[in-house]
Design a protein around this ligand. Structure first.
Ligand SMILES: [Zn+2]
Length: 406
């Protein structure tokens, strides 16, 4: 299976085939599952620029909808992380006269609220009106539009060049990334930086985090592919740093060519990627094989526990839960509910597998024997919070990087 690269128009070879999947964040209501949208979840790498990407084109009207339930502020770890990023920008980049920062996909304003409090000129660019309204309530200025080469022009005309453009867990979602990079090139000031952090291919491969693959992740970035993409669209990768969030992300910094010194971290990470053979199709093929083994091991474990009469609940309903339950064939017969604290997901179903999402009170009211931890990237925070579950003999099932019980 081949597709055309969204960055360089080269040839993308599909190597990771997880089968037919619904949208990760669809969360249909009971009784609304008859016309679920399914697409082939196949991911491959471009032969030319090495960008790893989703093969299928998901129609934009299907991808973004008003009930999009992801809120960046939801986790206290995330909140602290983004406030730290804002403070970092205030200390180092937004120190000149009348600085300006723009955020692509500003979500509920978790990062920009701190910038707004400091009285610094800012603009959130958030196409989802519903979450944009939440950030406006925090005093954040928001423009409800898709960021691309066209919308960047009136933004620059009105606000001037940006000292910082930021994006977190959004840039890899945007299928029209080429147009975004053209927009950044236009909006970014001569000394400005474009900083974004996204799940990192090296971490995804290392942990066999196959559940990070779903419809919204149009790309899984590597340092090498971002360096190539930046160069293609008149920008330069000047820094890359691993960040321990979402199970392993990379923070990339781009600037206008020659505007900033390239840090040694870039070369070091490129060398590490070469050693990991990250740009080889065989690495993704091996990943697909390991994902199959996890699927088989997890199905066998859950089947055996179920046969013993053990009660199993799901814990956490991020979009990842949709990939895992559909790929591994886990349904409400084995896992009767998933506990999640996001009100907008409660009372709904995991798409495709149709496991009901319930509030955490249901989990706590009658602890199951086992909890299948879908939100494994928050394992430490969750296991500490749910100490009472462990103390009563409850066990956690994790499946990344392999199936294990703790
Ligand atoms: Zn390419």
């Amino acid at each position: 299976m081949y597709a055309t690269c969204r960055i360089c128009s080269g040839s993308v070879k599909g190597t990771i085939d997880l089968g037919s999947h619904p949208r990760g964040n669809a969360f249909p209501k009971p009784g609304e599952t008859a016309d679920e949208f399914f697409y082939p979840l196949v991911v491959g790498m471009c032969d030319s620029c090495t960008m790893v990407q989703l093969m299928a084109d998901i129609p934009q009207e299907v991808r973004y909808h008003d009930s999009y339930p992801y809120y960046a502020s939801g986790s206290s770890v995330h909140r602290g992380h983004f406030e730290g990023i804002a403070q970092g920008f205030l200390d180092t980049e937004l120190t000149g006269p009348d600085p300006f920062i723009a955020e692509i996909g500003s979500n509920d304003g978790v990062m920009l609220a701190k910038i707004a409090q400091a009285g610094v000129r800012h603009l959130g660019i958030e196409p989802s009106r519903h979450v944009a309204e939440l950030s406006m309530a925090k005093g954040v200025r928001v423009h409800s539009v898709f960021f691309d080469e066209h919308s960047a022009r009136p933004i620059r005309a009105e606000h001037g060049p940006a000292d910082v453009i930021f994006g977190a867990n959004v840039i890899a979602h945007i299928a029209h990334l080429a147009s975004v990079l053209k927009g950044v090139k236009h909006l970014l000031g001569p000394r400005g930086i474009f900083v974004f952090e996204e799940p990192y291919l090296g971490s995804v491969v290392e942990q066999t985090a196959f559940d990070l693959l779903y419809d919204e992740h149009s790309f899984v970035f590597s340092v090498r592919a971002i360096q190539a993409a930046a160069e293609m669209y008149g920008l330069e990768l000047v820094d890359a740093q691993l960040v321990a969030i979402h199970g392993g992300s990379m923070r990339y910094t781009l600037s206008q060519p020659g505007a900033r010194e390239v840090t040694p971290g870039v070369g070091e990470l490129l060398a590490a990627e070469a050693a990991q053979r990250l740009a080889e199709h065989s690495t993704l093929e091996a990943f697909a094989g390991r994902a199959e083994r996890i699927r088989d091991d997890l199905s066998a474990l859950l089947g055996s526990l179920h046969a013993q009469g053990k009660r199993i609940a799901g814990y956490g309903a991020p979009a990842k839960t949709t990939t895992v339950t559909n790929y591994c064939g886990i349904g409400p017969d084995i896992v009767p509910f998933v506990s999640d604290s996001t009100p907008s997901k409660q009372g709904r179903l995991i798409a495709g597998s149709h496991i009901p999402v319930v509030p955490p009170e249901v989990f706590a009211a009658d602890y199951p024997d086992y909890a299948l931890l879908f939100a494994w990237n928050h394992a430490e925070e969750i296991i500490a919070k749910e100490r009472a579950f462990s103390e009563r003999g409850g066990r956690w099932i994790l499946y990344v990087p392999d199936v294990h019980v703790i």
